[in-house]
Design a binder for this molecule. Structure first.
Ligand code: CP
Ligand code: NVA
Length: 311
């Protein structure tokens, strides 16, 4: 079978067809089960990683992943490169394309990443931007699949900020036929353009998209409960103001009783216990946060194999 993803940049999940998305999850499950079978698949390949925002999981899982596949990583902090001094993206993209086989970037602007991908002749993977976090969703959906045995037909409720995670859940869930219900305070709902994309996907996949301001409504009969920090990277100055506005949007036992009895709890981490989630939920029996974090490694190995390895 021809791998339609070879050479492809993954800026957000609109880049993938449903079949491509599911094929990454399937490969992630296989890579996790038999990692030795994939040793050396990316031998000689180099991934450059650019970070303009902090990271623990993304940084370590991408670097460990490419090493396990036989390749190597170069980790760059944009401040120490000429990018930090304003070198045009076009020049950076063209120059890097001559040195390495792929770029993973974590930054603020989606537009900048789109320009990098347009100018580069190698795949560019979004490792988190202000509007998207596609790699996290691949790992999350792998985790949901491992725990629930399916994706289509489930209901996922996201309670909190209409941020990069919310956008990515909307696009990913609607693509695979999962109902996605988002509860955010007024003024913090996901951006209209991503709701629209999700609604179009949902018409095709037969799922339901709902954006509400009432957490109880969102969580009702959900199979998966998810939240994220109230103030994302770049919005730290709004922390206090957001604590006030989001105070009724915590996933805790009182809210979780509205969900299905066997609900799964996910959080991309880092988490703030006592803010977006209570400690008894995140550290309780429904939580799969460490499995989810581990799956970043497997899902990204699968993604790198697809876009850099032509398997
Ligand atoms: N979830 C996630 O992307 O974690 P890091 O910020 O630690 O990479
Ligand atoms: N929404 C969070 C996710 C962190 C992994 C942020 O952008 O900071």
């Amino acid at each position: 079978m021809i791998n339609s993803m070879y050479g492809k940049s993954i800026l957000n999940l609109t880049e993938l067809t449903k079949e491509e998305f599911l094929s990454v999850i399937e490969l992630a499950v296989a890579v996790k089960a038999k990692p030795d079978n994939y040793k050396g698949v990316l031998a000689g390949k180099i991934l450059a990683m650019i970070f303009e925002k902090n990271s623990t999981r993304t940084r370590i899982s991408f670097e460990a992943g490419i090493i396990q596949l036989g390749g190597q990583a170069i980790v760059l902090d944009s401040k120490s490169t000429q990018m930090g001094r304003g070198e045009p993206i076009k020049d950076t993209a063209n120059v890097m394309s001559g040195y390495v086989d792929g770029i993973m970037i974590r930054t603020f602007s989606d537009q900048m990443v789109a320009e990098l991908a347009k100018e580069a002749s190698i795949p560019v993977i979004n490792g988190l931007t202000d509007d998207h976090h596609p790699c996290q969703i691949l790992a999350d959906f792998q985790t949901i699949y491992e725990n629930k045995g399916k994706l289509a037909g489930l209901k996922l409720a996201y309670v909190g900020d209409g941020n990069n995670m919310a956008h990515s859940f909307l696009i990913g869930g609607s693509l695979v036929g999962m109902d996605v219900s988002i509860a955010a305070p007024k003024g913090y709902e996901p951006k209209a353009e991503f709701i629209e994309i999700a609604q179009k996907n949902a018409e095709k996949s037969g799922s339901k998209i709902e954006i509400v301001n009432d957490p109880v409504q969102a969580v009702k009969d959900a199979d998966v409960l998810v939240t994220d920090v109230w103030a994302s990277m770049g919005a730290e100055a709004e922390q206090k103001e957001r604590e006030e506005k989001f105070k009724n949007f915590q996933i805790n036992n009182r809210l979780a009783v509205q969900a299905k009895k066997d609900f799964l709890f996910l959080h991309c981490l880092p988490a703030h216990r006592g803010e977006e989630v209570s400690a008894d939920i995140i550290d309780g029996s429904h939580s799969a946060i460490y499995q989810e974090a581990e799956n970043r490694l497997h899902a990204q190995k699968a993604l790198m194999i697809k876009v850099m390895g032509n398997l």
